[in-house]
Design a protein around this ligand. Structure first.
Ligand SMILES: *Cc1c(COP(=O)(O)O)cnc(C)c1O
Length: 325
């Protein structure tokens, strides 16, 4: 299989390192745990959206756009990385955030402001609807906006994780490492679609497990599989069905999106205290909490290896300070 990749900018710090979590693995007494540090992609504290934005901003520039518009939750890592990428390329940036402006401006929201983004509060209205409106307003002002969907999860965003699997399989080969499971936080499905398709293209034989952050597994599996198929077509690979490779666990939805519970708190503290690595309350804390729980239930054997793909997010930690301590 020979994918034809679209234009891409290069601002992410790649390849991101793979590290062995020796103390955490020993503490849990289960499989050997490794971590892929996509929290270190370099864009204003980094994260998985940085890879996606290399393709998305490239297309925005190729189309002669002078402004990007996207949407997310108030503590969205995607919005913060989009604001940083826009700043770097001299583009304006409008962020449509859900709800009302909170009284305390902290975490990613503080960074959005520092990065010069214009913020729109959607209140109770559907974010996408407000995003279309914001883009229309910009056009009337003579600007040329480039809309980026929630989480940057379209074929371009997913494409970046196909390439990330090329990067990973090359690292595994040169480090003579075999990985049985890849585990990560999954939400809008772009990362999972790209990893699944990349696994197919670059011959990764292990299993791929997304821990859902906010959707029932069936809905997310369907969405990610459809995006993976569309991405394959976009890369000139013809029609591929990736449904078999896309597995989502939704046992850890807890109190809902961005509601931090005991599972997330324990995972964040354990990873910080044993490994000196920061997770985030919304995504990676939940995914690592899920992984820890699965290990305790005996889902893996001792000789197996698990790669936890750190997708970023600790910039949100200050917004959850009162629930973390
Ligand atoms: C956006 C995000 C995810 C989820 O990625 P999707 O491609 O939307 O599934 C996971 N972790 C972090 C930290 C994120 O910001």
């Amino acid at each position: 299989m020979n994918p034809k990749y679209p234009e891409r900018l290069r601002f992410a710090h790649l390849p991101t390192p793979i590290e062995r979590l020796e103390r955490l693995s020993k503490h849990l007494g289960g499989p050997e745990i490794y971590i892929k540090r996509d929290d270190q992609t370099g864009l204003a504290t980094g994260g998985n959206k940085t890879r996606k934005l290399e393709f998305l901003i490239a297309e925005a520039l190729a189309q002669g756009c002078d402004h990007v518009v996207t949407t997310g939750a108030p503590q969205s890592n995607h919005c913060r990385q989009t604001a940083a990428a826009a700043a770097r390329y001299g583009l304006g940036c409008t962020l449509v955030l859900s709800g009302e402006e909170p009284s305390s401006i902290t975490g990613n929201l503080l960074l959005d402001k520092l990065l010069g983004a214009h913020l729109y509060w959607a209140g109770e209205r559907p974010r996408n609807e407000v995003m279309v409106e914001a883009a229309e307003k910009l056009r009337k002002m003579g600007r040329k906006p480039y809309p980026i969907p929630l989480g940057g999860s379209n074929v371009l965003g997913a494409t970046s994780y196909v390439l990330a699997m090329k990067e990973l399989t090359e690292q595994l080969k040169s480090e003579r490492l075999n990985i049985d499971f890849i585990v990560f936080a999954s939400s809008s499905g772009g990362t999972q679609a790209g990893i699944a398709l990349g696994a197919e293209v670059y011959g990764f034989r292990g299993q791929i497990l997304g821990i859902s952050v906010d959707h029932p597994s069936e809905a997310l599996q369907t969405q990610a599989a459809a995006l993976a198929t569309a991405t394959a077509t976009h890369l000139g690979l013809g029609h591929l069905s990736l449904a078999e490779r896309i597995k989502v666990n939704d046992d850890y939805l807890g109190g809902g999106y961005a509601v931090m519970g005991e599972i997330e708190r324990e995972a964040i503290r354990m990873t910080a205290e044993l490994e000196g690595i920061l997770l985030d309350p919304v995504y990676t804390g939940r995914a690592m909490g899920g992984l820890i729980d699965l290990i305790r239930w005996g889902a893996f054997t001792r000789g197996q290896t698990v790669l936890f793909w750190h997708t970023g997010g600790p910039a949100a930690l200050p917004a959850f300070a009162d629930k973390l301590l």
